[in-house]
Design a protein around this ligand. Structure first.
Ligand code: HEC
Length: 91
């Protein structure tokens, strides 16, 4: 479980069903909400530049958020880019 610096329990529960070995740090924690049901917007298979831009908006308080502001502030720009690239490659 070396790719799980955050939300460890959540990510551990989901890791089995995902390509854990290829996921960058933090990426698996996203699926705890996204992809679990229609409550959360789909973030896989999208343009990485759009995801990076949304995350930056959440981080800076420009994009309205209930949760994502706090999550985005926990990511460095490099981590956000790596996660967005990985998400873009997922279905
Ligand atoms: C605890 C649940 C939760 C987790 C974990 C989570 N998100 Fe979110 N995400 C949300 C919610 C809820 C929204 C809607 C905005 C809001 O209310 O904060 C959202 C919105 C988004 C959006 C905007 C999508 C759109 O089309 O508007 C992106 C991008 C996003 N999340 C990326 C991520 C990434 C990347 C991760 C992992 C680092 C992540 N989320 C982890 C709950 C979560």
């Amino acid at each position: 479980m070396i790719f799980m610096p955050r939300c460890t329990a959540l990510a551990a529960a989901l890791a089995a069903g995902l390509a854990a070995a290829e996921a960058p740090p933090g990426a698996l924690s996203c699926s705890g909400c996204h992809g679990s049901d229609a409550t959360f917007p789909r973030i896989t298979g999208r343009d990485p530049a759009e995801i990076v831009s949304l995350l930056a908006g959440f981080r800076d308080g420009i994009q309205p958020a209930t949760l994502m502001d706090r999550i985005a502030r926990g990511l460095t720009p490099a981590e956000a880019q790596a996660i967005a690239d990985w998400l873009g490659a997922q279905k």
